[in-house]
Design a protein around this ligand. Structure first.
Ligand code: 5GP
Ligand code: ZN
Length: 117
């Protein structure tokens, strides 16, 4: 796992190449709006460190995963979703449809979401 994966779009966003503003952030995690929202509010929560997907996380990454959850909750609160609710999703691998291979959690809300499954 490298600190910065060459050509990774999320590494470039985190490095500030596009001047993206963060909805919430901590030392190790940032949240920003998805460029192609699938819900009225659609935020991505992303570790600053390049990790390809949740599949690479192990027990010792519990602090990072917890921090992602904290940032997701803070971003949802910031956008007024705390009471109306929201969905957290992370895709891993081809069958999930993962397109960006830098770990991220989707935070979606702002309207009634379709049922899963
Ligand atoms: P995945 O399918 O990998 O779980 O989700 C990738 C998400 O990243 C998609 O929802 C897509 O719209 C979003 N995305 C892809 N490229 C960019 C980008 O350059 N900027 C932002 N903000 N989101 C992006
Ligand atoms: Zn990356």
């Amino acid at each position: 796992m490298s600190e910065h994966s060459e050509g990774c779009i999320f590494c470039r966003i985190i490095a500030g190449e596009f001047g993206t503003s963060f909805v919430a952030e901590t030392d190790d995690v940032v949240a920003f709006d998805d460029v192609s929202p699938q819900a009225p509010t659609h935020i991505l929560v992303v570790p600053r460190r390049h990790v390809a997907s949740v599949r690479e996380l192990v027990r010792d990454d519990d602090r990072l995963w917890g921090e992602m959850l904290e940032v997701a909750n803070r971003a949802a609160l910031e956008r007024g979703l705390a009471d109306s609710g929201y969905r957290l999703v992370t895709n891993s691998g081809p069958d999930s449809g993962q397109e960006v291979f830098h770990l991220h959690m989707h935070v979606m809300g702002g309207s009634k979401l379709g049922r899963l499954g």
